[in-house]
Design a protein around this ligand. Structure first.
Ligand SMILES: Nc1nc2c(ncn2[C@@H]2O[C@H](COP(=O)(O)OP(=O)(O)OP(=O)(O)O)[C@@H](O)[C@H]2O)c(=O)[nH]1
Length: 326
């Protein structure tokens, strides 16, 4: 069975290691393999029970902790090999902590595009930490900040203790990446809270799509800092193949300017919708939902753009939808 790779990202010093370290004390990250870029940073030595292979330790919680010295691909395949040889316990998910300057898109693309990884691993959740005390500055100075926020399936606010009021920041994040749950790191005490339902490829994909709140998305484009948020909708059923061609071409031509897309599609004569989402050039595998989450049957897409005119996107979709309505 394919294993979910969940990515924890967030700008330098946003508190990723602090959060993981706290969670590693508990039991809730059992069944998890944790991949960390800089092993020493985590300071888990005092938690260390057993060294099971070079760069890999088994923690009291049952979590396997592994440093990445080489490529992500090698680390993931290495975990599988060690598991097969019985050197480490079976794990049902992987959590990867990225470096603070990482744009999550290439990591997700590695998983999607590599033939050896595809089928063995799939993209789970992208969890982005936002340092409440430095968010405004980081957003202004570092393009990675916006890429990380746009890619997020969960947003976690850290350092709220250093800020008097986070309401404006929460509002800004909600406007940028609508529907994404925003939690405070200090309220996260377990792996279950961190992963909150485990995303679109979990046993409850409809719950995840309901979190997207697509029905509430505004149809007029809006600007938030360097990002434009654009919502497209279509009443008639869409032709799935035609739509796939349109979206693939769009991402191929403008992927680096499409920081995120999420959508629920009414396709052909199907009685249930297809959920899609992607980050830049990387489109995750579409998921057929068992039923519509509500009474609406409209296809809806939300894009977070940077440097791409929402009007161009709208016109392109209109041309497509006239040609490819099922
Ligand atoms: N006041 C306060 N400090 C925090 C909080 N979370 C983390 N810190 C501090 O922020 C600093 C950076 O935290 P890390 O957990 O190392 O951050 P990181 O995201 O792992 O950092 P990089 O790996 O360098 O990107 C440390 O000194 C932490 O103690 C928080 O919620 N409140």
């Amino acid at each position: 069975m394919s294993i979910a790779l969940n990515v924890i990202t967030g700008f330098l010093g946003s508190g990723k290691t602090t959060l993981l370290k706290r969670l590693l004390h508990g039991e809730s990250l059992g069944d998890t393999a944790l991949l960390i870029n800089e092993f020493g940073d985590v300071g888990i030595d005092h938690l260390l029970m057993e060294e099971v292979a070079p760069d890999t330790v088994l923690l009291p919680s049952g979590c396997i902790c592994c440093s990445i010295r080489g490529e992500l691909k090698d680390a993931l395949l290495g975990l599988l090999q060690r598991r097969e040889r019985g050197e480490i316990p079976a794990f049902k998910r992987v959590i990867l902590e990225t470096t603070g300057l990482a744009d999550p898109a290439p990591i997700l693309a590695t998983l999607n595009n590599d033939v050896q990884l595809r089928g063995r691993f799939h993209i789970g959740l992208v969890i982005t930490l936002v340092d409440a005390s430095h968010a405004a500055l980081q957003e202004r100075l570092h393009p990675e900040w916006l890429a990380q926020v746009a890619a997020a399936d969960r947003l976690l606010l850290s350092k709220t203790d250093l800020v008097e009021n986070c309401d404006a920041l929460r509002e800004h994040l909600q406007a940028l990446n609508a529907g994404t749950p925003i939690l405070d790191t200090e309220d996260i005490d377990s792996g279950e809270q961190l992963l909150l339902g485990e995303g679109l490829r979990s046993a409850t994909p409809t719950a995840e799509v309901t979190r997207w709140k697509l029905h509430q998305a505004e149809s007029t484009p809006s600007t938030h800092g360097a990002a434009q948020v654009c919502c497209l909708s279509f009443d008639q059923p869409l032709d799935w193949v035609g739509f796939g061609v349109w979206l693939s071409m769009l991402l191929r031509c403008h992927g680096e300017r499409i920081l995120r897309v999420k959508g629920l599609l009414n396709v052909n004569a199907s009685s249930a919708p297809i959920a899609i989402h992607g980050v830049q050039h990387c489109l995750h595998a579409p998921v057929h939902l068992p039923a519509w989450p509500g009474t609406e049957r409209q296809s809806r897409l939300v894009f977070i753009l940077r440097g791409l005119d929402p009007e161009l996107l709208r016109r392109s979709f209109e041309v497509f939808s006239r040609r490819f309505a099922a």
